[in-house]
Design a protein around this ligand. Structure first.
Ligand code: IVH
Length: 676
């Protein structure tokens, strides 16, 4: 067998094992054996870059190249479904269908309504060629690169099956509860904001700019709608069974109903039992099964007449409100929280519920002692949705008013225009805010002091060892050995990574000090424009406004920051500890605007620099690195083994392909042969 044949064989084999493992849940080989086959394929693919294929099983790990999603029209609009909320409305739907079919018998396919985000997958000759989000229904974002990392989505279908040469299959991308819990636990440990529910987590993940992140997050997908010219069956149910044979994950919980009664039974069953499913559902979908009948019923402008969604009622329970307490988050946002008598709700005991903000508290008009209704919808945190009755004792009292001072430091709260939350503005004096600022300072994209976690920072703060981030640079081994109970190795690691952070480039120091509204990009822009902290601290509003990407909000915030004596002192202390307060000589020399206004795609394998380094070079010379080729692309920076799809597209659009030597000459200001 030639190496080429072996590559093809391994790809088929690995696709099949992948399907057995992730879709059927019944692997036929062990993990180790699987890894060996995968390694063999990786090795052979490295030897044969000319045979590279974006749908190879080796591509499931994703890439850390930035994705810039392109918007692409759907070949058939992605409609949504009309919603119903009770039996009456379901029965009306059933009747409308019966009338529309003039008494002809019909069946209804009952399915779970998955609570994720819809996706449309396009296959040509059994190969996944494109994955689009719903977008506005007419056009969606091209998320193919990210979708390729979802293990339950087949990249390449087995040959010789009855799928048509071209078809589209739609479904839902989801984050299973186990992945969701793991992700949130991880985010909590890193002090990042939690996702409220699996749907938000799935959607945030699928829109991630980095497909390697997507690969790690454990997304899943269920497919529920097959479309195309020559699809095999006459009914929706048959088509989905066929899709399952081809390798798609289709729910096992679909059921055909021939009467309204059977539909009700399906709804009642899943209303009770859905909490046992590994994924979130928010209702039931009912679809007329026969495709001929679907066609004869047709569509309205927004949704098909042959299908409808029934939404589950969120589970509710009643209990007594005991107290309203207020939590101050790391951003200073104040959240009211209700403490209640424990009550069982959707399989867990609930004692606390969020009241969101002052408007919600006011609208509910709660008094301590009230009987309240608690609900758990798609969100993991239960909420109070209303008052059942007010206790006799509280009858004459006024409803609880929102607090006016910070519960931690007593500073009067402020409410910024257009925001629902109240904030404690005492950034430099209120403990949760101080901790928030230190956590931001040490975070990965700022100073990246990764041996320190939020808990250790909390601990040091409680011990009085640190009051701001500059204090970190004054910590000694003796001081730290006390609170951590003598783990010398751990302490040394912490001190070492604090020392190492002194090498972090200036633009990240500027981001780390936490000027309001100065995010990573603004910090980069300001650093490149002014070159040093001093120059930024003394820059005028007018001069900042001349910079592309800096508007009044950011510029004013920078001015306000340096107007405060305390902030200037803080920055001076950082300077005295040796942090980078200016662009390095190298960075300064490396800059130009030779690529200003150019959009550049990077593809292939390089010799002189890594991809990331090329990305930085592009930015340093004023260009923009984009993920995919379009008419707007200025040129492709191509290494060896450029992806065949990219190559073809670039050629089709007549976009210049530049090799790395020419590129390096170009940014160095030397003319390339082409330009002569
Ligand atoms: S069928 C034309 N089936 O619910 C029919 N949709 O409110 C298209 N959804 O946008 C949709 N589970 O994102 C269908 N079993 C299921 C579904 C489902 C979840 C979502 C889908 C759609 C929305 C409609």
């Amino acid at each position: 067998m030639t190496e080429e044949e072996r590559i093809r064989e391994l790809r088929e084999l690995l696709h099949r094992h992948n399907y057995n493992y992730y879709v059927l849940n019944s692997p036929t080989i062990g993990d180790h054996e699987f890894d060996l086959l995968m390694h063999e394929l990786q090795h052979l693919e490295e030897l044969h870059p000319e045979l590279s294929d974006p749908n190879s099983p080796t591509q499931r790990v994703g890439s850390d190249l930035a994705n810039d999603f392109q918007t692409i029209p759907h070949s058939r609009p992605m409609l949504s479904l009309a919603n119903t909320y009770n039996r009456q409305e379901v029965s009306e739907f059933y009747q409308r269908v019966a009338d529309g079919l003039h008494g002809e018998p019909f069946q209804v396919c009952c399915e779970l309504k998955f609570d994720g985000l819809s996706i449309s997958l396009h296959y040509e000759e059994g190969q996944l060629v494109r994955a689009l989000t719903r977008g506005d229904g007419v056009q969606g974002d091209d998320v193919t690169q990210n979708v390729r990392t979802i293990r339950t989505i087949p990249l390449s279908l087995p040959q010789s099956m009855d799928y048509p040469p071209e078809f589209e299959i739609r479904g839902e991308v989801l984050m299973p509860w186990t992945s969701f819990d793991r992700l949130n636990a991880q985010r909590e440990a890193e002090g990042e904001q939690l996702f409220a529910n699996p749907r938000n987590a799935a959607s945030g993940t699928l829109k991630s700019k980095n497909s390697a992140t997507v690969a790690q997050r454990g997304l899943d997908a269920y497919l529920y709608y097959l479309l195309g010219e020559n699809i095999p069956g006459d009914s929706h149910y048959e088509n989905l069974q066929a899709a399952r044979r081809w390798g798609f994950q289709v729910s096992e919980h679909m059921k055909l109903a021939s009467t309204l009664q059977e539909i009700y039974e399906y709804i009642d069953y899943w209303d009770k039992n859905r909490s046992s499913l590994p994924i979130a559902t928010d209702g039931i979908v009912l679809k007329v099964n026969s495709l001929a009948q679907q066609r004869s019923l047709g569509m309205t402008a927004k949704s098909p007449r042959w299908a409808i969604a029934y939404k589950f009622q969120a589970e509710q329970a009643q209990t007594t409100l005991r107290q309203i307490v207020y939590q101050v988050g790391r951003t200073g946002a104040v959240t009211p929280v209700a403490n209640m008598d424990p009550v069982q709700l959707a399989g867990t005991t609930v004692r606390r519920a969020t009241l969101h903000n002052a408007d919600v508290v006011q609208a509910l008009g709660l008094r301590v002692g009230d009987q309240v209704l608690v609900e758990k919808g798609g969100e993991i945190i239960p909420k109070i949705v209303g008052r059942a009755e007010t206790s006799e004792a509280a009858e004459d009292e006024a409803p609880t008013a929102f607090i006016t001072r910070c519960p931690v430091c007593q500073t009067p709260l402020v409410r910024y225009e257009g925001e629902a939350a109240h904030y404690c503005p005492n950034e430099n004096g209120c403990p949760p805010l101080i901790l928030g600022r230190i956590e931001h300072f040490i975070s990965r994209k700022a100073m990246n002091i990764n041996s320190l976690g939020p808990e250790t920072v909390d601990e040091y703060f409680r011990q009085g060892l640190i009051r701001d981030a500059a204090d970190l640079y004054e910590l000694s081994e003796e001081q730290l050995l006390r609170p951590t109970g003598g783990d010398q190795k751990g302490v040394r690691k912490i001190l070492q990574s604090i020392q190492e952070s002194k090498q972090v480039p200036f633009e990240r120091v500027l981001y780390a000090i936490g000027i309001r509204f100065v995010g990573e990009i603004a910090a980069k822009t300001l650093a490149r424009s002014y070159g040093s902290m001093e120059a930024i601290a003394s820059a005028s509003l007018e001069s900042m406004l001349e910079i592309n990407g800096i508007g009044t909000v950011i510029a004013q915030s920078v001015i306000d920051y340096f107007a405060e004596e305390r902030n200037r002192r803080f920055v001076e202390r950082l300077r005295s500890h040796g942090l980078q307060m200016a662009l390095s000589q190298e960075q300064l020399q490396a800059q130009s605007d030779r690529l200003a206004g150019r959009s550049i795609v990077i593809s292939g394998v390089f010799h002189h620099h890594s991809r990331d380094e090329y990305k930085t070079l592009i930015e340093q010379h004023g260009g923009k690195n984009v993920g995919s080729i379009s008419r707007a692309t200025s040129f492709v920076l191509a290494g060896d083994n450029m992806g065949p799809a990219k190559l073809e597209k670039a050629q089709k659009l007549g976009i210049e392909i530049m090799n790395e030597d020419d590129f390096l000459r170009m940014i160095a200001g030397e003319e390339t042969e082409k330009n002569d």
